[in-house]
Design a protein around this ligand. Structure first.
Ligand code: ZN
Length: 501
């Protein structure tokens, strides 16, 4: 039995290594590769991707999984070997249910759609990309149908990023959140917006980097097992548990941009770096779902990084680093500036209160499109109407409306967005549990100390990697299911005071 388990681990390690090699190429392409490398790099990435897929769908893995079933059943559910077999089986079944020819056609279609979108968005030309998006919707529906027995057609697609979460669960959670969020948004937006001019003075790149590197090192980001580079869109990638990389983008006239995206990506990286080293190069390494991953980036970026406690310690240091820019700005003015709430057009630039409304709109449209209750051609108008109703502003064009996010134009319709808001909700729920165990955490943050919080997150969440599904992990950590109440309580405690609600 142990020989079979070793053989399974060897096969999984080879596939993981091919995937990691592809990730290195992808990281290089997004950071340092000259434009001339694009065609060869696409070819190189494609062959590595195909080899990894062939390894992971090899019928030999299916036979090993069958042979190992008695071992799995003889072990406790949370045993590492039992978990490895269980998670591998789930992924193997998912991969082998979809014919390779379908995946190839989908991949080609997606690449074509993406390139059309890169023209359509700057031209503000939805009509150009509409026929491609209609085909994407068709592909998405057909992909879901390889997994019959679903409750909602979006469920199999949601499973790709947030395994175990159903459209009905997410819909109910979002409806609950929405009902409590809208009054907060209305109460805040009835007041004049905070003055954030202080963030838009000139901040040289080198000093910005010096500051946030110190911050993320204090959070616990291990520079011996990771690094930070520059790319047009910030991201986190991992080649092994010992090499987790993040990127930022600098704007010299926007202090918040690199600073908060560094904290955000560091949150993702802490999760990856904190995984049990025994899971290296197996399906148990890495975060368990997009929602749980996002809970960590949001927790470090917003709950910690935009808190009064955090800036009690760090604002004097930031002021000392930028005396000309911040010498005349009080800590209170700065705190209000970084927590400014104002409805805006672009999801990625939205504040932590209105952000979720952007996500819910997209999630509801995905369901309506997949159900056949909304046609792709009616999407731009539906977008404008819903945006006006939810955020009180009408997008002046499609460029900053339905064309703004890459997700539908570089992937599938279904399962693309819910993880962001699940992350906001979960981040607050996990933080509430950390505080219950260690009430001293806010006082430590006010001294620039994050060890207690980091250790609690590592012991309760990071170390498990993908061993538990998100619903299982939430149950283990919080003693119950996903709940909106801690997030609403967090928003009230912060913004009632800021805006005297
Ligand atoms: Zn993120």
């Amino acid at each position: 039995m142990n020989t079979k388990l070793d053989e399974l681990k060897t096969r999984l390690r080879e596939a993981s290594d091919l995937g990691a090699a592809a990730a290195v190429l992808n990281w290089d392409q997004s950071t340092y590769m000259p434009a001339g490398g694009a065609a060869a790099r696409a070819r190189q990435a494609a062959i590595l991707g195909r080899l990894a897929h062939e390894k992971l769908t090899d019928p030999a893995i299916g036979r090993l999984l069958d042979d190992l079933r008695p071992l799995e059943e003889s072990l406790p559910y949370d045993d590492d070997d039992a978990s490895l077999i269980r998670v591998t089986r789930r992924q193997y079944e998912r991969r082998t249910k979809v014919p390779a020819a379908f995946m190839g056609a989908l991949f080609n279609h997606t690449a074509e759609t993406y390139s059309v979108w890169t023209k359509a968005r700057p031209e503000n030309n939805f009509a150009l990309v509409q026929p491609y998006l209609e085909k994407t919707l068709d592909f998405s529906r057909r992909l879901a149908d390889f997994f019959p027995g679903y409750e909602h057609i979006a469920d199999p697609l949601i499973d790709f990023s947030d395994y175990g979460m159903k459209a009905s669960t997410v819909h109910a959670v979002f409806a609950d959140l929405r009902e409590q969020l809208i009054p907060i948004v209305h109460a805040i937006t009835a007041q004049p917006p905070a003055d954030d001019a202080c963030l838009h003075r000139t901040y040289p790149q080198a000093q910005q980097a010096a500051f946030f590197n110190k911050v993320i090192r204090a959070f616990g980001f291990d520079f011996e097992r990771g690094r930070c580079d520059v790319s047009p869109h910030p991201f986190t990638t991992s080649f092994s548990i010992g090499d987790v990389r993040i990127t930022v983008r600098y704007k010299e006239n926007d202090l918040g941009d690199a600073l908060f995206s560094a904290m955000h990506e560091a949150g993702h990286a802490l999760y990856e770096q904190g995984c049990n080293p025994a899971y290296e190069a197996t399906p148990l390494a890495g975060g368990t779902s997009s929602g749980v991953h996002e809970s960590q980036s949001r927790l470090w970026e917003n709950i910690v990084g935009r808190s009064r406690s955090f800036w009690t310690h760090y604002y004097p240091q930031l002021q000392a680093l930028f005396p000309a820019q911040l010498g005349d700005v009080s800590a209170e003015t700065f705190y209000r500036a970084i927590n400014k709430v104002q409805p805006s057009l672009i999801r990625v630039d939205a504040d932590e209160v209105t952000y979720n409304l952007h996500v819910m709109l997209r999630f509801d449209f995905e369901l309506a499109l997949l159900e056949g209750n909304l046609a792709v051609r009616d999407l731009p108008e539906a977008w404008r109407e819903r945006f006006k109703a939810d955020l009180g502003i009408t997008p002046p064009d499609d460029r900053d409306g339905v064309l703004q996010d890459v997700h539908w134009y570089g992937g599938l319709i279904g399962g693309a967005f819910q993880g962001y808001t699940l992350g906001n909700i979960l981040g607050a729920q996990f933080y509430q549990c950390a505080l219950a165990a260690h009430p001293e955490i806010p006082a430590e943050i006010a001294q620039g100390k994050f060890d207690t919080l980091h250790k609690w997150l590592k012991d309760n969440i990071y170390v498990h990697g993908s061993k538990y599904t998100a619903p299982e992990l939430i149950e283990r950590v919080t003693g119950g299911p996903l709940r909106v109440a801690p997030y609403i309580a967090y928003l009230h405690s912060k913004y009632d005071e800021l805006y005297a609600l």
